[in-house]
Design a binder for this molecule. Structure first.
Ligand code: FMN
Length: 268
């Protein structure tokens, strides 16, 4: 959505754009108007100017849907603290799934929420691979398990070996989908974590369960051939989750320790 300039027919000279973005908007005193200047094409297309302009006077390259629901002005109207606190504290790692695939439409909803996650410098270079073929998931699970058994101390790997002998999938828990987030930009590590967190919360709103699979992330990161087989060439793997309809039910939220915080005591 690169910004192209200002439509002065619409602009009411309120100047909010230059407060939204002090880098590329400036007030031209002689002309008594704001001008957009980005000679080196450095604007990161964050869209703040577009989002804050009441007159819709920012001209930009149209690269997608612009959401304009009423509550966009005050998102706190969409959901109360109590509801979001309950929703987020009730989010558990799910490790048991129904033998039922998630519809493409619901997976698209999850991806459509993930795309609104913040990223450093508004750089949007994340990619996603969804594996839904049971045989492929089983194969990846086996390879991950082999790597863990080979690399961990015997006390840790013992449980994996026993579970495997009993035919239990201790990597993906027979989930119907494995979602891998990857990028060619190594700087995407934090961005991917935030995007997946958005995705998992969105999934919960659709009745789906999810779980981070750090074990698969670690093995995929360390194994080029595996990455190429399951994702393609030259990718950094930045996160792996499983998704599906949960069979596990939680009746209460387990306790969590408070986050030790400095700087609160001096506040009222
Ligand atoms: C970075 C990360 C990696 C994780 N890797 C795994 C994993 O490989 N397998 C697994 O079963 N759970 C994994 N988990 C889930 C954690 O075990 C789980 O979040 C934690 O025990 C707290 O439980 P809760 O998510 O239900 O609150 C991972 C979680 C995170 C944040």
């Amino acid at each position: 959505m690169p910004v192209l300039g200002i439509d002065y027919e619409k602009c009411d000279n309120c100047q909010i754009c230059r407060f939204a973005c002090t880098r590329y908007f400036r007030r031209d005193k002689e002309q008594n108007k704001v001008v957009f200047e980005d000679p080196n094409n450095l604007c990161d297309s964050c869209g703040r100017c577009i989002a804050m302009c009441k007159s819709d006077a920012i001209i930009y390259e149209d690269v997608g849907e612009l959401l304009t629901f009423d509550e966009v002005q005050d998102p706190s109207k969409l959901i109360s603290y109590e509801t979001i606190h309950k929703f987020m504290s009730a989010k558990r790692s799910i490790r048991g799934f129904k033998n039922k695939k998630v519809t493409k439409a619901n997976l698209e909803k999850i991806l459509d929420t993930m795309k609104y996650a913040p990223t450093g410098g508004n750089i949007r270079t994340l990619h996603c691979t969804i594996i839904s073929d049971n045989e492929k998931i089983k194969k990846l699970s086996e390879v991950v398990m082999d790597a863990i058994i080979a690399s961990s101390n015997p006390r840790y790997s013992e449980n994996f070996i026993k579970a495997r002998e009993r035919g239990i999938d201790t990597i993906f828990y027979n989930a119907p989908h494995v979602m891998i987030i990857h990028s060619r930009n190594p700087g995407d590590a934090m961005n991917s974590t935030i995007a997946l967190t958005y995705g998992m919360l969105c999934a919960q709103s659709l009745g789906l369960g999810s779980c981070w699979i750090g074990l698969a992330h670690g093995v995929l990161s360390a194994n080029k051939e595996l990455r190429e087989e399951f994702i393609g060439k030259n990718w950094h793997v930045l996160g792996v989750i499983i998704l599906g309809y949960p069979t596990q039910i939680y009746y209460r939220v387990p306790p969590r320790p408070d986050i030790k915080t400095q700087g609160l005591d001096e506040l009222e």
